[in-house]
Design a protein around this ligand. Structure first.
Ligand code: GLP
Length: 236
């Protein structure tokens, strides 16, 4: 594992964006796995800058996102589709028809999960997966559990996740109770993984996940088994 500690959030964002930019430059037709949450926002800002300057071209990139709230459609400003459009896709030259987010509106979420994993497989897998980490160690919305869940699946959100994510909603009751998330198989089969974690509050969980035992109660700890992981942590 490549473990990088930066002093500031800006530095973290620049390093993460540089790694993603290098991926796109090395393989313009790459598949990027993308993440939501506040941690990658700076990374996306930097990538927008690179795109506007002409350093990074998104025109042949395909993206697959990790997760979506159940019941929110893409026009809802709390949905992860909206987040991605707003924080990245609307500002770079990516072909929106090649940006994928699991649907939280699918009637049959199991079938949606299977179709999502099959699509990723057909795309040739993920070249670079960007991840954040939840305070309880979740990646995507893979919450602590007795076992790691392989497939893209529906998940009941933990109380702590609902509380943590309430800051983005008007009130806590508005946070959906369930979500659909990419499972560990598609994440672990990504060729490279880049995890960004920001802030002192994340220090303990980052240490547990990367320097403690591999334990499904700390979902991100499975990443210790991946051959190409970079973790960037900023204490700011
Ligand atoms: C959400 C997302 C995760 C993200 C996490 C941490 O729960 N589903 O993918 O990593 O939030 O978010 P933040 O970076 O805002 O702490």
């Amino acid at each position: 594992m490549n473990y990088i500690v930066t002093k500031t959030y800006d530095e973290l964002s620049k390093k993460a964006a540089d790694i993603i930019a290098a991926q796109i430059i090395n393989k313009p037709k790459c598949v990027l796995g993308l993440a939501t949450g506040s941690s990658p926002v700076g990374t996306y800002k930097q990538l927008i800058k690179y795109n506007k300057e002409g350093t990074v071209d998104f025109s042949t990139v395909t993206s697959v996102n990790l997760d979506e709230y159940v019941g929110l459609d893409g026009t809802n400003d709390q949905s992860y589709r909206y987040f991605m459009n707003d924080n990245l896709f609307n500002h770079v030259n990516i072909d929106k028809s090649k940006t994928f987010v699991p649907s939280g509106l699918a009637k049959d979420l199991k079938a949606e999960g299977e179709a999502y994993d099959n699509m990723i497989k057909e795309l040739g897998g993920i070249d670079l997966q960007l991840l954040g980490i939840g305070l309880d160690g979740h990646i995507g919305f893979n919450e602590p559990d007795k076992y790691f869940v392989k497939a893209t699946h529906e998940v009941k959100l933990d109380e702590s996740t609902i509380k943590a994510n309430a800051r983005f909603f008007e009130k806590e009751e508005d946070v959906p109770k369930t979500a659909i998330t990419m499972g560990m198989m598609s994440i672990m089969q990504a060729k490279k993984i880049l995890l960004v974690a920001n802030g002192k509050a994340k220090k303990e969980i980052v240490e547990k996940a990367f320097f403690g035992p591999i334990d499904p109660m700390v979902p991100a700890s499975i990443l210790q088994l991946h051959p190409d992981v970079t973790v960037i942590f900023s204490e700011e």
